[in-house]
Unconditional design. Sequence first.
Length: 378
Amino acid sequence: MSDLIMVAMSGGVDSSTVAWLLKQQGKPIAGMFMKNWEEEDTVSGCSAEDDAADARRVAEILGIDFHGRNFAAEYWDEVFEQFLAELRAGRTPNPDILCNREIKFRTFVEHARDLGAAHIATGHYARRRDNDDGTVSLLKGIDSNKDQSYFLYALDQEQLQHALFPLGELTKPEVRDLAAQADLPVAAKKDSTGICFIGERNFDRFIANYLDAEPGEIRTSDGTVIGTHQGLIHYTLGQRKGLNIGGLKDFPEAPWYVTYKDIEHNVLYAEQQTDHPTLMSTSLEASDLNWIRRQPEAGERLHAKVRYRQPDQACRVEAIDQARLQLVFDKPQRAVTPGQAVVLYHGDECLGGGTITTGNAPLPDQLTNAKTQEAIHS
């Protein structure tokens, strides 16, 4: 196998700058564009064909070979089916994490190897460190606003051994400046947002093509019915928009927040406190664990993120084995959401993480029962 580096080129400024940087360093590189979804996003105005054209144009400017691959079938089987299964179960999945593990750092790597590449390079804002014992550590990118190690926690040693992250030492403004200096046509291109295959289209309308939604009641923790939801698959903990609750007698004109989803009875719970007790968790449990270099130990103090771009939260590993992790936080955490990822850090090193199964916040009926007992004994 040669020293060829295959750059995952999405047609955006980040991956284009990666290709330019490696070219400037005299590295032997080629580019590959991944198409992971067949249906076009006609709402955001940024289709896969447009992105592929941008990637090809940058490759031509740099004078490197360019390859296009369609991984839509693999994406459907390995990512989208699990995404739908999680929604059906009432959880809030993060398909980008699974996409990194199964598509970008597995299927893509296999195709890159077939073309003679020894390594792949991506536009992720993260860093890798080669250790003396032959292992690789995943580190945060130095740009705290763009660090993407959270989305990479599910990678293993073999995947990281072949991965390069040239943007890890740069900030986003620096990347755009470099792209502009290099006269790359995508230097000012808008960053993509939303779930990778959905883009900026309406999520509720999109998911209705694949899942049936059963409307039901919206209640407060004490059981008061305050509205009707359109199906639990459309809501997540802490959500404010889309509840369509307002002008209720005996309630102030204040925002409502989703606090709990009762899957068994198809009831959505909401409250007007952004820090309502049913939204606040002092601990969590997680499964489907992955540890990049070492498994944390029970009693170890670390930091965690329960969502992307969340500041590091001090925590302690309460219990851990191969199947289950229990964390206790120094401060209560808002909207710890089943289906999302909890990722652990020791300093700048991303140790790994897992899928949240429960945030251990009090349930609405537990809160009501506690208030009843308090009233009885007062």
